[in-house]
Design a binder for this molecule. Structure first.
Ligand code: PRP
Length: 183
């Protein structure tokens, strides 16, 4: 899976997941979601910015009526470690009561982001059902336990960039996911 890289990707120490692997896995996840929610309309809520590319590829593989909403949520502020403070709008600008909701995030790390959004969503009025999808799930102890219902890849506890994920605002546009060169 991993490989040495060069050229435009030279700031990466190595590629963890290449573009083809990501696309194949996301397609499979989308098809699974579509089968699981068959006969229903699905409301997808994506947590930006990191999950931008994941959700775009995922929803196009879901063969159902889909509503798509976004929330900007931030706790890393460009760095490599969660600040522990999850920032988001005080109120959802949409109503999820009675809807079948799929929350989509790029990575499950400390669990603070997803758990904060789930708390707020439940306070706002219970959806008919609530599932979560993450592209990456880090192997680590979480500060808040969150069940991810759909997981693209389980990865080691390393800082990753690419396919939406950043370091100080950079690398989101890489088609692959990689580990940054420490230098
Ligand atoms: C990252 C990532 C997830 C969250 C996961 O967001 O996109 O939303 O952290 O980490 P957690 O499980 O420790 O909460 P970030 O704050 O970097 O904002 P971004 O999505 O705009 O990059």
């Amino acid at each position: 899976m991993s490989q040495q890289v060069s050229g435009v990707l030279s700031n990466l120490e190595r590629v963890l997941l290449d573009a083809d692997e990501i696309q194949a896995r996301v397609a499979a996840l989308g098809q699974t979601v579509g089968a699981d929610f068959a006969g229903n309309e699905l409301t997808v809520v994506v947590l930006l910015d990191g999950a931008l590319f994941f959700v775009a590829d995922l929803v196009r593989q879901i063969d159902l009526p889909v509503r798509l909403y976004s929330l900007t949520v931030s706790s890393y502020h460009g760095g490599m470690v969660s600040t522990g403070q999850v920032e988001m709008a005080p109120k959802f600008p949409f109503d999820l009561k009675g809807r079948h909701v799929l929350l989509v995030d790029d990575i499950l790390d400390t669990g603070l982001t997803l758990s904060s959004v789930i708390d707020k969503l439940q306070e706002a009025g219970p959806p008919a059902s609530l599932k979560t999808a993450v592209l990456l799930r880090k192997d680590r102890q979480r500060e808040r336990e969150v069940a991810a219902d759909y997981v693209g890849f389980d990865i080691a506890d390393e800082f990753v960039v690419g396919y939406g994920m950043d370091y100080q605002g950079h690398y989101r546009n890489l088609p692959c996911i990689g580990i940054l060169n420490p230098s």
